[in-house]
Ligand binder design. Structure first.
Ligand SMILES: *Cc1c(COP(=O)(O)O)cnc(C)c1O
Length: 301
């Protein structure tokens, strides 16, 4: 059973509903497109970050951990969700931040500070070394009560939380689309959906060919051997957090047409890529596609 503190916190969340979207393109190509609204779950804790954190924090609480330590960049949605959640749960949090402390802090870092996260800055080389640590007790010098979460919350327990997305669905879809950073959310969907569903990730990073191997490793830990998945590597718009006018126009249009807010790092790139693929007849007429709106709107600031 989930730790009572987490059940309480989750009780304050909104449910993640399904919205169908309509457009001349979808009508012309006879594609049914739905959005799972993980962006609506909580005003501060980003949807997929909660999914990934939930069972890790449950594990940490059951180990009587008092401090959660993790790592990320100055705009990290993962650290943002972690710092806020730890504050709500009465846990200490420590964030290892890539690069030097800047004079002008990002809005994300200011929030982390406000929520009491202990921020430590490390040079990029040291950061790369920390990135390799995957297990909860893997941090060198780890003390009793300290719990390590790898970058992006990429753990086997995270997949279990992401699987809830699939469990909540009442119908089957031909395709499920999800944006990818570390690929953990994608792996969780792959591991939990039916053989009849094809899962498609859209990478927010440039040159993300390595992602498939990371995902296969996570799936192996989860004893999954699904094959119907792939990652679109060409909709990164120049790289992680890079953006151009075309993407900003797309975000504006999307808001006007569907009344759904996207952010430029992950979700806009996925929808842009999906619509491009639909335009190119990548999907068969009559197919039902589900997209996951992973949230992340705090990064818009
Ligand atoms: C972190 C994040 C992702 C990427 O999730 P991964 O599990 O790291 O692939 C996607 N969308 C949003 C909004 C995010 O904040």
């Amino acid at each position: 059973m989930l730790h009572a503190k987490l059940t309480d916190l989750e009780g304050s969340f909104q449910s993640s509903t399904l919205t169908q979207i309509f457009s001349p393109l979808l009508e012309q190509k006879k594609i049914e497109c739905w959005v799972k609204r993980d962006d609506l779950m909580h005003p501060i804790i980003s949807g997929n970050k909660w999914r990934k954190l939930k069972y890790c924090l449950d594990h940490a609480l059951k180990l009587n951990s008092h401090t959660i330590i993790s790592m990320g960049g100055a705009y990290s949605n993962h650290l943002h969700a972690l710092a806020y959640t730890c504050k709500q749960l009465g846990l200490n949090s420590r964030g290892i931040i890539r690069g030097e402390e800047a004079k002008q802090k990002s809005p994300t870092l200011l929030d982390l500070q406000k929520w009491g996260m202990d921020l430590r800055y490390v040079p990029r080389e040291a950061y790369r070394v920390l990135r390799q640590l995957k297990e909860y007790d893997a941090l060198p010098g780890n003390k009793t009560g300290e719990y390590w979460l790898p970058e992006g919350g990429a753990t086997a327990l995270a997949l279990k939380g992401v699987a809830d997305i699939v469990t909540e669905l009442e119908t089957e879809f031909d395709v499920i689309c999800v944006p990818c950073g570390s690929g953990t959310t994608l792996a969780g969907i792959i591991a939990s959906c039916s053989e009849n569903t094809k899962v498609m990730g859209f990478s927010a990073l440039k040159g993300a060919g390595f992602l498939s191997k990371d995902i296969e490793q996570l799936l192996k830990k989860n004893h999954s051997n699904k094959i119907h998945w792939l990652i679109q590597l060409d909709y990164h718009f120049g790289g992680f957090a890079k953006c151009n006018n075309e993407l900003l126009l797309f975000i504006n249009d999307f808001k006007t047409c569907h009344n759904i807010v996207l952010e430029p790092v992950y979700t806009a790139k996925m929808f842009y890529g999906l619509f491009d693929l639909i335009q190119q007849d990548h999907f068969k007429a009559g197919q039902k596609i589900l997209t996951i709106h992973t949230g992340g709107l705090q990064g818009n600031r």
